[in-house]
Design a protein around this ligand. Structure first.
Ligand code: HEC
Ligand code: HEC
Length: 306
């Protein structure tokens, strides 16, 4: 009997140790490069801010000024409600006292300054593709925005999703930590578009179906799916007959600029906020994103209710 108890005890200790080891946030932060030195490029930081759609989640709801990043927007998910935090440069309530390196860790590794995992409702699964220089410029740009006082409420999640440490296992399965690698066989504009769509633009986060763990199903990336925020359907944006097969590069670029579809309708739902951001980008960047979308492998998607 004593031996059985000892054996169970040992298994429990080993399991706990393995859990602690596998869920360590150091796994994601260890390989990060240091921030590149030199002055930040604020114009590029602004472009990254709009490409990344930070204001869509972090701007305080119900106010016109989209640069006041006081947070508070509720994001409903099958796991519970997340509340986007204050990322304004307020030193106490926002990220005003953060270092560039801490910001890099958040964006690329999904790890907080005090070494905790962030939930992937913060789409670092895409932001991990961004270059360190772009993240530095983005950080510098955010620091020029108004400091907003006040912290937001805590997330409302069911057990076991309240345990942040467990996200380490999720990251092992679904976060590869690889920055964007340009394809030398493709044009510069294709590579620019691929970078913007896959990285800061995080387009796949809405335009793909997710598995039971809430991770994008890679084989159906960009093929559309139920709206992650609950209501409606997000369309297929691959060049498949169930998606954008009939759209030209110009049609896609036009939608990202004015929100108008080839039929002359205004795009709706959560895409309205995306267009508010992409309309601020350089025309060449929108063209590049359209070029990349046109080159995606055509994937069949279910046509959802519109
Ligand atoms: C889809 C919504 C969404 C978008 C878009 C988004 N975020 Fe967030 N962000 C969140 C949520 C939700 C959290 C909280 C995560 C957590 O508590 O684990 C968060 C957390 C953060 C944090 C950590 C703040 C803290 O107090 O620890 C930073 C920094 C951040 N986001 C920066 C950004 C930047 C920069 C962008 C644009 C490039 C961005 N986010 C875009 C939803 C979003
Ligand atoms: C927050 C979620 C979200 C993100 C992020 C997002 N989209 Fe969308 N997108 C939608 C929804 C929802 C629609 C459908 C809008 C409607 O029903 O009018 C849509 C529609 C579109 C359409 C029109 C498709 C059609 O069949 O009418 C295109 C093109 C598009 N998105 C491209 C993009 C690109 C490129 C990005 C990345 C820069 C992106 N989207 C990011 C939610 C999103």
């Amino acid at each position: 009997m004593k031996r059985v108890v000892a054996a169970f005890g040992l298994v429990a200790i080993l399991t706990a140790a393995a859990y602690w080891y596998l869920t360590s946030p150091n796994r994601q932060t260890a390989g990060l490069e240091p921030m590149p030195g030199g002055p930040a490029d604020l114009a590029n930081g602004r472009a990254m801010f709009f490409a990344g759609g930070c204001a869509s989640c972090h701007a305080t709801p119900n106010q016109d000024d989209r640069t006041r990043l006081g947070g508070g927007l509720a994001l409903h998910s099958p796991f519970g409600a997340f509340y986007a935090p204050n990322i304004s440069p307020h030193p106490r309530d926002g990220i005003g006292s953060w270092t560039e390196q801490q910001f890099l860790r958040a964006m690329r590794a999904g790890v907080s300054p005090d070494g905790r995992h962030y939930y992937p409702s913060f789409p670092y699964t895409s932001y991990q593709r961004m270059t360190a220089a772009d993240i530095r410029d983005l950080f510098a740009f955010i620091r020029t925005l108004p400091a907003v006082e006040g912290r937001v409420r805590d997330h409302e999640l069911g057990f076991p999703y309240t345990l942040r440490r467990g996200l380490g296992l999720w990251k092992l399965a679904f976060l590869d930590g690889r920055p964007f690698v340009p394809d030398p066989t493709k044009s510069a504009s294709w590579n620019r578009g691929a970078y913007l769509v896959e990285g800061p633009g995080h387009c796949a986060e809405c335009h793909s179906p997710r598995n039971v763990f809430g991770a994008v199903i890679e084989e159906r990336r960009f093929a559309g799916g139920p709206n992650p925020e609950g209501k409606g359907w997000v369309p297929n944006i691959t060049p498949h007959p169930t998606g954008l097969a009939e759209w030209t590069k110009g049609d896609i670029a036009e939608l990202l600029s004015s929100g108008l579809t080839p039929e002359g309708d205004s795009v709706g739902s959560t895409m309205t906020a995306v267009v508010r951001n992409t309309s601020q980008l350089a025309e060449a960047d929108r063209d590049a994103m359209a070029e990349y979308l046109r080159s995606l492998p055509p994937r069949e998607g279910r046509k959802g209710p519109r």
